[in-house]
Ligand binder design. Sequence first.
Ligand SMILES: [Fe+2]
Length: 364
Amino acid sequence: MDQGEINKMNRSFKTIIRTMAMSAVAAAAIGSFAPMPANAAEEINLYSYRQPFLIDPLVKSFTEETGIKVNIVFAKKGMLEKIKAAGANNPADAVLTVDIGRLYALKQAGVLASVKSDVLNANIPAHLRDPDGLWFGLTQRSRIALVSKERVKEGELATYEDLADPKFRGRICMRSGKHAYNVALIASMIAHHGKEKTKAWLEGVKANQARKPQGNDRAQAKAVFEGQCDVAISNTYYMGKMQTNDEKPEQKKWADAVRVTFLNQGNSDRGAHMNVSGAGVLKGAKHREAAIKFIEWLTKEEAQKIYAEVNFEYPANPKVEASALVKSWGDFKSDTLGMEDIAKNRGAASKLVDEVKFDEGPTS
Ligand SMILES: [Fe+2]
């Protein structure tokens, strides 16, 4: 799904978004996503930061199976502010989003309601959900190195710590250190090594940059393909998106130039850094039970397989396998550091990025 199509879908929800921005009184008077159903249990209103190409097949299967209709507003930026502003008059029942940073921001804003569910507790490992049941991880992605097949030897880069090794001087490409994916990675370094050591590490990584941080994850793989650098830092699913991109076949060449490298895989090492996409039920949800049912359904085999096949993500439910393409990148060990521990160190991580002027590039 391209941006044009997403914009088109978003436009159709324009009125709803506008309602959100209005005063609480007006919002209450106007109502919510759609005309209220006769039976409130038959409908859910959902905010999704996740894109239509992924959510549509999930929702279609869920509705077919349960008869519960799902109304979706696809969110981009500023949704948290809108949810906070609407308060108790929030028309949405649940939120779907990516990155522990966003889930934690929702928790910190006090807009999420606690959910106790045996299904969710059984399907989702404890380190991938909030200890108080405020949010639940649904899929996992690893932050990996995509290294040049030609210029990086097998085993030359083995750990996140290696990224600061002078042997990689001028060879690393990364997007902004302030992007949520990198903030989470740096936060995990703080959780494992403390602030001082992480600062020294980050200075080392900055010194090893091939260029000023720019672009998204795929742009880093492109830079490896073009010979600008030898190591790109990326989320796993972008590899799958590049490998299968028939619309932009040049991306297949970028993927072809790199080797998927999971870091910190040594016997006694902690494993590759992971992040999650996840969901939470909102306080004041008018269809709370149906919303819980939906999130529970998202953790079951059918939905977890859709996530795995459509977006190349790793199921959060350990009983469900990754897609064949994703499995072709190899087995690996995940860092099981609690998402909560990553979230708590995000502020400090972001500060370090500023302190070492990471985004100014290697020479400043
Ligand atoms: Fe992403």
